[in-house]
Design a protein around this ligand. Structure first.
Ligand SMILES: Nc1ncnc2c1ncn2[C@@H]1O[C@H](COP(=O)(O)OP(=O)(O)O)[C@@H](O)[C@H]1O
Ligand SMILES: [Mg+2]
Length: 204
């Protein structure tokens, strides 16, 4: 499965979600590689800081450029998940989408952020299946309810799993996440999607 984690908005947990999903895959006995395609290089920084702290992440983080993305997964075991932490704009974002089987679009539970999630969704779905993941959610707030309702009214595909706002996740940068929280449920959904996508391909 090749998964792009993308949004034209910054600070919406793209890197956090890439790292947690990869760690959840490893926890489930699978293997994953995270491709850091964002010039901010937060995923690489995360892996380096974890190593400095004496705890390796359970997977490799590689820097990615246009060439890397055009060859995504080549030479790797077909079972290994290729996860691209995409940049917010430009050719690399386009390349990340084109390299992927599926686009995961994290968005906060703010109705204002939805505009960018929808713009990203339109861009992604022109070529790939995609779904929104609501992250950093505060389920007892009006903003949260409005976000969920707006997604439903617009028939926007979204993951059933919601990632709540958590201090432990916020503080996880530079360490290996030990508790995966709702990202385990998210992975269950992603595994089902991967199965559907590969089944579809086999039929063709
Ligand atoms: N579930 C969460 N709860 C609380 N803070 C979070 C959560 N997910 C991400 N964050 C924080 O939100 C900020 C942006 O996340 P990041 O993954 O760097 O976003 P992006 O890669 O989209 O720029 C970071 O400070 C991160 O620690
Ligand atoms: Mg990032």
């Amino acid at each position: 499965m090749k998964l792009a984690v993308a949004n034209i908005k910054g600070g919406v947990a793209k890197t956090t979600s890439s790292i947690y999903v990869a760690e959840a895959i490893v926890h489930r006995g699978g293997s994953a590689i995270v491709y850091d395609a964002d010039p901010q290089s937060s995923a690489s920084l995360w892996a380096d800081a974890a190593r400095d702290n004496g705890e390796e992440l359970g997977f490799e983080v590689r820097p990615a450029n246009l060439s890397t993305l055009s060859r995504l997964g080549r030479g790797e075991s077909p079972e290994a998940w290729q996860i691209v932490d995409a940049p917010p704009q430009g050719k690399l974002l386009q390349a990340a989408i084109e390299a992927s089987d599926f686009v995961l679009i994290p968005t906060s539970d703010s109705p204002m952020d939805l505009q960018q999630a929808w713009a990203m969704m339109d861009e992604a779905r022109a070529s790939r299946p995609a779904a929104v993941l609501v992250v950093r959610a505060e389920p007892h707030t009006t903003a949260y309810r409005q976000t969920i309702n707006a997604l439903a009214e617009a028939n926007t595909p979204r993951f059933d799993t919601i990632i709540p706002k958590r201090q432990a996740i916020k503080k996880a940068l530079g360490s290996r996440p030990h508790r995966l929280y709702e990202y385990r449920d998210l992975l269950t959904e992603l595994v089902a999607i991967a199965k559907d996508l590969s089944g579809g391909r086999a039929e063709r």
